[in-house]
Write a protein that binds this ligand. Structure first.
Ligand code: CTP
Length: 403
């Protein structure tokens, strides 16, 4: 399934601010989602990042000079205006906002703004005082009054070291605004996502349990990414972890595998997309002792364990019609073979294979390196990246591979 941004033509205008470095990543992401991106940079923007960087990331010419004529025989601002299905100004400085508001056209970017008939999205980023200044407020109002779309800056630490409103929002926030303008909504729009995360605790007695070192980070990152990317509802069914609940996510805390199953049974009928990232204990004490087990004189204690329910297998065979189910596999030998067996046995759409013995991968770290496997020999090896980044990539892959 193609992303709504796929095949779309975007002109991305950079004005001079430190957030230019983040916009390189945005440009790269838009290209990965299938867009054609042509970049226009003001002279000041080129002091923050190089045109070469953006040319390499977009594979398209980068325009920096009104009289540079990147296109043979063309007048660049006219060609750019014709090319654009959407004009995105990010970062938008107070200066470019002022020029746009007052129709000043004294460089290629401001000239393109004036001559472009496509919808315009601005993502301002600047010092908090400049953002709050009545001149900037009035310019924003003027622009919004003319139908210019705004992604407001977020609060946080600014380049000056001070804190305040003025930061460029996260890349995925920008992508979802762009997607909304280009395609009438993100692909997750209207979708309900169910994520299982963290370890389970299988009770031995009131003060002891069997568990594992899963941090929950991968599942939490997936839930956060789904919410950020515009899912209508995100449920996160999690074992005990020390992580804050991501914004716009409904978290349901569970203890053992049995309880996790009960909770997902109540939600499965609604889920369009399921990620089973929990490290569910495979065995639990047959019976949890009602009282603390006291040691006695014997040198050993025998616990009788029994299999726990397979939450993912249940979800897979009781899924809502058309729902996509993604599982995780942790393997340390004959990885692909074992993961493919899981894919088939549990009837999954994709399985994300981890090898925790590899550097940077596994349970308690912030990064991960995985291989994603699907039916018909589908295989995609992803580079080492943060779990947040990986969550975005996995959502992308689901969109790319599912009908
Ligand atoms: N899973 C689950 N419920 C279980 C066990 C696993 O939902 N009781 C899910 C996990 O969240 C993960 C996938 O199934 O998505 C892992 O599959 P599993 O076959 O249990 O893998 P391992 O625990 O690694 O098992 P094995 O002993 O087969 O290697």
């Amino acid at each position: 399934m193609e992303h709504v941004i796929g095949g779309k033509r975007i002109v991305l205008g950079l004005s001079g601010g430190i957030a230019c470095y983040k916009v390189c990543d945005l440009a790269s992401r838009l290209v990965r989602l299938g867009a054609r991106v042509r970049v226009v940079m003001t002279g000041n923007a080129t002091r923050f990042v190089g045109a070469v960087t953006l040319r390499a990331l977009t594979g398209e010419p980068v325009y920096t000079d009104t009289f540079g004529a990147e296109e043979p025989g063309g007048i660049d601002h006219v060609r750019l205006a014709e090319f654009a299905e959407l004009l995105v100004i990010a970062p938008a400085t107070a200066n470019i906002l002022a020029k746009m508001a007052h129709g000043i056209a004294d460089d290629l970017l401001s000239t393109t703004c004036l001559s472009c008939p496509a919808p315009v999205l601005i993502a301002p980023a600047m010092e908090a005082r400049m953002w709050r200044h009545p001149a900037t407020r009035a310019n924003i109002e003027l622009l919004q009054g003319r139908g210019v779309h705004l992604v407001p800056p977020t609060a946080g630490r600014l380049a000056s070291g001070a804190s305040g409103e003025g930061r460029l929002p996260d890349r995925e926030v920008l992508v979802s605004h762009i997607a909304a303008l280009l395609g009438g909504g993100s692909l997750l729009e209207g979708k309900t996502v169910l994520v299982t995360a963290g370890p389970t605790r299988e009770r031995i007695d009131p003060v002891r349990f069997i568990s594992n070192p899963s941090s929950g980070r991968m599942g939490f990152a997936l839930a956060a990414a789904a919410a950020r990317q515009g899912a209508r509802k995100v449920y996160l069914v999690s074992g005990p972890v020390a992580l804050p609940t991501p914004p716009d996510v409904e978290r349901i805390d569970i203890g053992g595998a049995g309880q996790m199953l009960q909770e997902v049974q109540a939600l499965a009928g609604r889920a369009d997309l399921v990620f089973a990232a929990a490290a569910v204990g495979d065995y639990a004490p047959r019976e949890a002792s009602r009282h603390k087990i006291k040691k006695d004189n014997s040198e050993e204690l025998i616990l009788k364990l029994q299999r726990t329910p397979d939450v993912l297998a249940w979800l897979s065979s009781n899924r809502k019609k058309g729902a996509v189910v993604v599982g995780f596999a942790v393997e340390t030998e004959r990885e692909e073979e074992h993961a493919r067996a899981k894919l088939e046995r549990k009837g999954l759409d994709l399985v994300v294979l981890n090898n925790p013995t590899q550097p940077g991968a596994g349970f308690e770290v912030e990064t991960n390196r995985v291989t994603v496997l699907g039916p018909d020999g589908f295989k995609r090896e992803l580079a080492l990246m943060s779990k947040d980044e990986l969550a975005d990539r996995l959502l992308e892959l689901v969109i790319e591979t599912q009908k």
